[in-house]
Design a protein around this ligand. Structure first.
Ligand code: NI
Length: 185
């Protein structure tokens, strides 16, 4: 089942999410719905606040990126109760977009290496290091779990330039190819 994607301006996107209990009801169905919602919107990652939930969950499937980066092939993962415990490596700049902020793409600087602790879809614990594009996408989705959006990383002139576009999305004046939940409705 696809879920509506909550758009920029909705307060749930600014919440700091909480770890879920291990007896969280229907976790499997939620993960399936998050993947389905993401695929329908042609996304490569989605976090729980984007479907209106204050839970510390994100899902990623980088398969569409395998042409440009073979390491992305088959990288389909759920990160539950995720906590990034280290960020290092060089800072890289790359263009990002977000299903909650349609039609805006901007360059965002991020460290290229992270260490993350999380539970997988079977609630098994992991402690892993990711680099490059994987680290970037994980950090983008992980930001959502702390109420942070990629546009928050943009400053100065670029921020001024996208301000009116952001205001339009916030005010519900945006068209989307997927089901959305506007902040004012
Ligand atoms: Ni996003």
């Amino acid at each position: 089942m696809t879920l509506p994607v909550y758009l920029y301006g909705h307060p749930v996107l600014r919440k700091i999410t909480k770890d879920i209990p291990l007896d969280y009801p229907n976790l499997g169905a939620l993960l399936e719905n998050m993947f389905e919602t993401m695929y329908k919107a042609d996304g490569i990652g989605i976090a729980a606040p984007q479907v209106g939930l204050e839970d510390r969950i994100l899902v990623i499937d980088l398969s569409p990126c395998k042409e440009s980066d073979p390491a992305c092939d088959g990288f389909k993962k759920a990160f539950i109760n995720a906590h990034i415990i280290e960020r290092d490596g060089e800072e890289e700049i790359m263009e990002e977009g977000c299903l909650s902020i349609p039609n805006i793409h901007e360059k965002v600087p991020r460290p290229n290496r992270i260490r993350i602790q999380y539970l997988d879809e079977n609630l098994q614990p992991h402690d892993e290091i990711y680099e490059g594009y994987k680290a970037r996408v994980i950090q983008h989705e992980y930001d959502h779990l702390d109420g942070i959006l990629f546009v928050d990383h943009i400053t100065g002139m670029r921020k001024q330039l996208i301000r009116s576009k952001l205001n339009k999305i916030r005010d519900g004046n945006v068209t989307c190819s997927y089901k959305v939940k506007r902040s004012n409705k």
